[in-house]
Unconditional design. Structure first.
Length: 214
């Protein structure tokens, strides 16, 4: 099992650890701060032992990193992981921005079905099965988001089941949601948002979310 430091300290940008497994260009580590694609959140970018990480993927409780074939690493090697902090921080903020919006849509339209989501470093999106324009909800969503940001409420993250690595976030008085992504410490860190509506097919609505201050 790869110990996932990014859950305990999502603000750490460098970390030293050891290689636990090597299979050609695929490498596993004892510990990591390098998030792998999960729950719609894109992977971090950065380097491992000075070599660019080409891909990061979950494999059970391990994370497998793909490096160039000539990486030269062996089991037991001490390595340093460096992540692109600007990208990580945008992903953290956009991830929680999307989850605030999602929870508000659930509150305003009980029973609505989410059918997709993706969090990239430039924008996030959430897709819903919905027959009408979802933009009618934007004034209420924007007002409630502004209140959450202004309040600067703590974002608590923890395990709901440590054995199977199931995690959640919670903002007291607002919502609690199962999630294994990386999140800021406070709602105030998200900053102002812009919402955009797209119709992506019959009965399918998309909300795109961007940060005013990247």
């Amino acid at each position: 099992m790869t110990r996932k430091i990014f859950w305990q300290d999502p603000y750490r940008t460098a970390h030293k650890t050891r290689v636990s497994a090597v299979d050609k260009e695929h490498v596993c580590l004892e510990e990591t701060i390098f998030f792998a694609f999960s729950g719609g959140q894109e992977s971090d970018s950065g380097t491992l032992a000075g070599v660019a990480v080409l891909a990061a993927e979950k494999n059970g409780s391990d994370i497998v990193y793909t490096l160039p074939p000539d990486h030269g690493l062996q089991v037991g090697c001490e390595v340093e992981i460096l992540i692109d902090w600007e990208r990580r921080y945008r992903l953290m903020r956009l991830h929680f921005a999307a989850e605030m919006v999602l929870q508000l849509v659930y509150q305003l339209r009980p029973g609505i079905e989410r059918i997709g989501a993706h969090i990239a470093a430039d924008k996030a999106r959430i897709d819903f099965a919905h027959a009408e324009s979802i933009a009618v909800l934007f004034p209420q969503i924007e007002a409630r988001v502004e209140a959450l940001l202004t309040a600067g409420l703590p974002i608590v993250t923890a395990f709901s089941d440590e054995v199977v690595e199931r995690r959640y976030w919670e903002v007291e008085g607002f919502a609690r949601m199962a999630c294994g992504g990386t999140h800021p410490r406070s709602t105030s860190e998200i900053g102002a948002l812009k919402l955009k509506r797209k119709n992506i097919g019959k009965g399918k609505e998309r909300i795109e979310i961007t940060l005013v201050r990247m």
